[in-house]
Design a protein. Sequence first.
Length: 444
Amino acid sequence: MNTDSLSYLLVDCVNGRISLNGHPAIAQPTRHQSYSAETSPMDKIKEMQRFYGLKVTGDLSPETMQIMKQSRCGVPDVAEYSLFPRKSKWNTNIITYRILNYTPDISRADVDIALEGALRVWSRVTPLTFERLYEGEAEMMISFAPREHGDGNPFDGPGSILAHAFEPGPGVQGDTHFDEAETWTMGYEGYNLFLVAAHEFGHALGLAHSRDAGALMYPVYAYTDVTRFALPQDDVDGIQALYGPSINTDPSLPKPPARAPEKCNPNLDFDAVTKLRGELIFFKDRFLWRRHPQEVEPELILITIFWSSIPPNIDAAYENSENDLLVIIKDTKYWVINGYDILPEYPKNLHNLGIPRNVEKIDAALHIQETRKTLFFIGDEYWSYDEIKQTMDKGYPKQIMDDWPGIDGRVDAAFESRGILTHCAKSQKAFWSGLLLSRDRMAG
């Protein structure tokens, strides 16, 4: 893709100014074309909002500005799972690559492991084989560079654009460039090189971006557990449309995960549910649904669009509405959030709240606005935390079954809304308002 012939939409997220010079999620007319009178910045904002599943208004809503600040790929387009316009692909199933240089952030061995693993993501589901060269010209040249690096598409410093790649072809086509200003890692902190490389190599093989928020080719960076990584089905469909399926099926490979979760799947259970500024927020894997009381359909988006450093598969979340705070818990860490901002010095250790040291994760948390207490559910017991005194209440833990008749198993999620307490356990929900009101199957 000749990206220097494209202009993009740029929004100054601080001052709300718009110009046609920046957001790579929206492909714009080339220099040989011109905008019609109907094509306005508002139209392009609407196009971006549709792509990311936001409410389409054409306005610079806080959600729109937030997503434009997220770390992302530098390849510009709006697509479903799709191919580049010319359906570019390599005309051989043996593709050469060469690593030109290394980032100092991690060891050379780790760079090799990450990049080779990222290539295997694609070779496992296609007939492709990748052969490494140590000199000369390869089809895929891989390098790390900051700012201006000779391809007409300078990087922008830490954050925002992480890397970019070019579609298959001669010369710079097929190459992948990583922004050296980023902090590259093998884990959760910074930016995981394996995940970014796997995405960019998808471009170098001929894939464009996907609208599916669960796809590897979705343009916004989102960390996922690399030890359990499996190429999502949307990406499998896309790459096999170009190269066909693998000729060798390996039964040990993990099954590709489905596309983003379906909100009305009767077997769906949530990682956490909480109220937040009048909305209901449902967490699942890397995603969340936002349900506003005045909207019919909930919005499905990536968690990292709102809070870039929050990991997937959280354990619990609750709103401390009195202080306008959201608390998210994962394993033995917890984050405190105000709006879109994670407060300084977080995450902190969950044991600081008085949770026993032998507890490595909790099942659910429930904040009761009237009493200013937060309940932590762990197995068949629960603890009570006093948000005012910031200490655990005496006499806990207590048995869940003793104090919550009808709850006879582990609690997956819990929240309070309009004085009604809701516990979700094993695809069932129980409503409480002092006495048990009802119990039925979860539904969309």
